[in-house]
Design a protein around this ligand. Structure first.
Ligand code: CU
Length: 318
């Protein structure tokens, strides 16, 4: 059923329980579909005009239909009370302690995702709507001592793996919706409200790329799909110069060199497998509200944060 539903891979600790519920609901729907459809076909044949020239005004006298109705309702109650409510409670009410989590603010706007990290002090600086400008989309007040070290990015969310992530989500203009399909996260961003959503990534972006990677044959040129992916390793010529490097693209002009090097199969994966999508039609530019999630090992994440901090120190303070 999982494959049949076409669910993407799970890259968060919460993913499997959400998928389970989805699969159970679809099993129920599948059984109902087959049941109702068979019954419908049965009645069309059994009660056809030639066999029943006169209408029967008394109808069914047995109670089977009531039993079936009660059975369906009971199954739905079990799904709701036994699975959906506990899952909802765990996802929405039991937010992990901020001390053990990475807390990030995200402010959606037409048509971008503003990401706000509290910086080394762990405290978000003051933001003010009057300070909002094209250079300062979050309206961050850099004169506030807590704001001096805050890191901001646009459409790029870096996260450490295997640690709870709390996203404090809001919007500057209309309702948007933060959609991280591989982490099974979808939450509306509502202007005037700050909604917390949390999850725990279990795979780094590199691990996700390896999981999604596929081998392509170069026998008939560069396959169309391969052209949209990037390489998972270095492909070298016989003199060991790199033809396509790790993360590089396969283009038609490289084909002769690859063939000359005796490379017949290549491994490739999506360059940015974890994207941020807006799941709420929010205006004409809705389609380009595309961001990227990069899940890193704790060391890589710390390194990225250090880079951001040193870049911040080089910038003139706003
Ligand atoms: Cu949007």
């Amino acid at each position: 059923m999982r494959q049949f539903l076409g669910l993407p891979i799970d890259a968060s600790a919460q993913g499997p329980s959400i998928d389970n519920l989805l699969v159970m609901v679809h099993w129920l729907m599948f059984v109902l579909f087959i049941g109702w459809l068979s019954y419908f076909i049965f009645t069309l044949i059994r009660f056809r005009k030639s066999r029943n020239p006169k209408a029967d005004y008394h109808g069914v006298k047995g109670h089977y239909s009531s039993y079936v109705e009660v059975g369906v309702a009971l199954t739905e109650v079990v799904l709701l009370v036994g699975f959906a409510f506990p899952l909802w409670a765990a996802r929405v009410n039991k937010i992990p302690d901020e001390k053990d989590a990475t807390v990030v603010r995200m402010v959606a706007e037409q048509f971008a995702w503003n990401v706000h990290y509290p910086g080394p002090d762990g405290i978000f600086g003051r933001t003010d709507i009057n300070l909002v400008s094209s250079d300062n989309p979050l309206g961050l007040d850099r004169t506030d001592p807590y704001a001096k070290d805050d890191i901001t990015t646009i459409n790029q969310l870096n996260l450490p793996v295997d640690k709870p992530i709390i996203i404090e989500l809001s919007s500057k203009d209309v309702i948007h919706s933060l959609n991280l399909p591989l982490f099974r996260v979808k939450q509306d961003a509502i202007p005037g409200q700050m909604v917390k959503v949390w999850f725990q990534p279990t795979m780094t972006t590199t691990q996700i790329r390896v999981t999604l990677s596929r081998t392509f044959s170069l026998a008939n040129g560069i396959p169309e799909e391969l052209a949209t992916l990037t390489s998972l390793e270095d492909y070298r010529a016989k003199d060991s110069t790199v033809i396509v490097g790790k993360g590089g693209s396969f283009t038609d002009d490289l084909l002769p060199q690859l063939r000359q090097a005796g490379i017949t199969d290549v491994k490739a994966a999506p360059d940015t497998p974890t994207e941020i999508a807006c799941a709420q039609l929010c205006g004409l530019g809705h389609y380009r509200m595309r961001g990227f999630v990069t899940v890193q090992t704790p060391e890589e994440y710390a390194g990225w944060m250090k880079d951001q901090e040193s870049q911040l120190q080089q910038q003139p303070q706003q």
